[in-house]
Design a protein around this ligand. Structure first.
Ligand SMILES: Nc1ncnc2c1ncn2[C@@H]1O[C@H](COP(=O)(O)OP(=O)(O)OP(=O)(O)O)[C@@H](O)[C@H]1O
Ligand code: SF4
Ligand SMILES: [Mg+2]
Length: 448
């Protein structure tokens, strides 16, 4: 079931499960690409004056919409740099949104500022990944937990101490450790202190930004269990950010998958894991566990690079890495012919093979048979550029040059990739769920 007229109406959840606490619509956060003195000034030798003011910006979060129901946990997953933290911080107004609304209990946080915003901050809290750096080493634990209460004028000294001790117990620590310093605690315990601190002001909504990512796997489950118990007891709603799908699977009720600033899929947890519909989600699931790029130095296990958010691909942002890119309508090609063409285009773009004879290239990529019609003619032209036995009008010695590779890649990308619906239109479709009754959103034209 597609909704082409409603490109951003996704992520709606079954209202029978509770009232909506937070609803974001069209939320966008762009950063200036460089804050240096000459940021945004481009040198253009062909024009006068030879400078122009560029609008170089990092499209970290682009037109994101979803809602979170009271008491639920929405998991947010995606590779490093896809915009998860920026989205979380923008919702909390730690960053100013470039565009969009953040409706929290009916009030638009994007519109608030100053004292109004400060007051709201007790209702929305954040927990960060690194408990080491987020806890002041010179402050005693009790003081750390009491600080937000003090900032919001909650209770007197005695009341704050009593609440801090109670919270220590609630998060699974010993209230007698009230006077200890953070260094006396393990990583998992420090994250529990953070939790107590966030809960001290009795928030309704907590953005948890990779709260267990730095912890050992055995400790992760314990901390998540405590978070779930506290959620029930205090009626909390979580936006839980993680790059690890097993963590997301543990804690979420629904899951949003993010890629390069866009939400590409959003569904109830079981539906997402058992019936994933977006090629990016499928790739992530096939690569469980997603390696932490900070540790391995790798950018995930997907083929190719994540494009820069400064110049993201048009249409579907996943298209430059998508194994399912859709054939442009103007070519009459079979699925098999298109699969061959797509594989050839990718191999040329990434130069994953050596130039060889035209016949060998045809055999290697097309089983000897080029696609029919115009598509075949284009492929033939590209093969000709890369063939060592091509007739070069008496020029050269049959060497395939750098220019030839570039020309072939450009020809194929312009003729095929850029003409695909995947490049021309941003996808957004609501599907029927196989598991449960909630909406399944998938941003992929395969569902058109
Ligand atoms: N203050 C900033 N100024 C400019 N660019 C920024 C800023 N903060 C983040 N970015 C860029 O925005 C994009 C999204 O970053 P973000 O930290 O939100 O990603 P993430 O999904 O949380 O990644 P990770 O999994 O590594 O934490 C990245 O390209 C990042 O470089
Ligand atoms: S819209 Fe196209 S490029 Fe994007 S995920 Fe779907 S098939 Fe792939
Ligand atoms: Mg982050």
């Amino acid at each position: 079931m597609s909704t082409p007229d409603d490109p951003i109406g996704f992520g709606e959840s079954d209202s029978s499960h509770g009232e909506t606490l937070l609803e974001i619509e069209g939320l966008t956060k762009y950063f200036a690409a460089d804050s240096g003195l000459f940021a945004g000034l481009n040198f253009e030798p062909d024009q006068f004056p030879p400078v122009s003011v560029g609008i170089d910006q990092v499209e970290a979060v682009d037109d994101v919409s979803f809602e979170i129901k009271k008491g639920e946990t929405l998991g947010l997953v995606g590779e490093s740099g896809c915009g998860k933290s920026t989205l979380g911080r923008t919702i909390l107004r730690l960053l100013d949104p470039t565009d969009g609304t953040i409706r929290f209990k009916g009030e638009d946080l994007a519109e608030l500022s100053g004292e109004q915003l400060r007051q709201k901050r007790s209702e929305i809290q954040m927990i960060f990944q690194d408990p080491q750096s987020s806890l002041d080493p010179r402050m005693k634990v009790g003081r750390i937990i009491e600080e937000p209460m003090q900032a919001h004028d909650m209770f007197d000294d005695e009341g704050r101490e009593a609440r801090a001790k109670e919270l220590l117990e609630k998060v699974g620590l010993d209230p007698r450790h009230y006077n200890r310093y953070p260094h006396a605690f393990s990583g998992g315990q420090r994250q529990r202190i953070n939790l107590a601190r966030a809960l001290s002001v009795d928030p309704d909504f907590v953005v948890c930004d990779e709260p267990v990512s730095a912890l050992d796997v055995s400790i992760q489950a314990q901390v998540m269990n405590t978070m779930e118990e506290l959620q029930d007891e205090f009626g909390l709603t979580y936006l839980f950010i993680a790059h690890d799908l097993s963590v997301i699977r543990h804690i979420s009720d629904r899951v949003a998958v993010m890629y390069l600033g866009h939400i590409v899929e959003l569904a109830a947890k079981e539906e997402l894991f058992e019936n994933p519909q977006h090629p990016y989600t499928k790739a992530l699931l096939e690569s469980i566990p997603v390696p932490d790029p900070r540790e391995s130095g790798a950018r995930g296990v997907l083929e190719g690079e994540v494009p820069s958010p400064q110049d993201p691909p048009s249409g579907c942002r996943f298209r430059t890495r998508c194994p399912r890119l859709i054939a442009p309508e103007e070519y009459d090609v079979s699925d098999e012919e298109w699969a061959h063409t797509r594989a050839f285009m990718r191999a040329v773009k990434r130069r994953t093979f050596e130039a060889t004879s035209a016949a060998e290239l045809r055999r290697k990529f097309f089983d000897g048979e080029l696609p029919r019609g115009e598509a075949g003619e284009i492929v033939d032209e590209a093969i000709d550029l890369l063939a060592t036995d091509r007739d070069r009008d008496g020029e050269g010695d049959g060497t395939v040059t750098e220019d030839d590779w570039n020309d072939a890649a450009e020809l194929l990308l312009e003729s095929f990739a850029e003409r695909s619906i995947c490049a021309r239109k941003r996808p957004a479709y609501d599907l029927e769920s196989e598991y449960g009754s909630e909406t399944h959103f998938a941003a992929c034209h395969l569902h058109r």
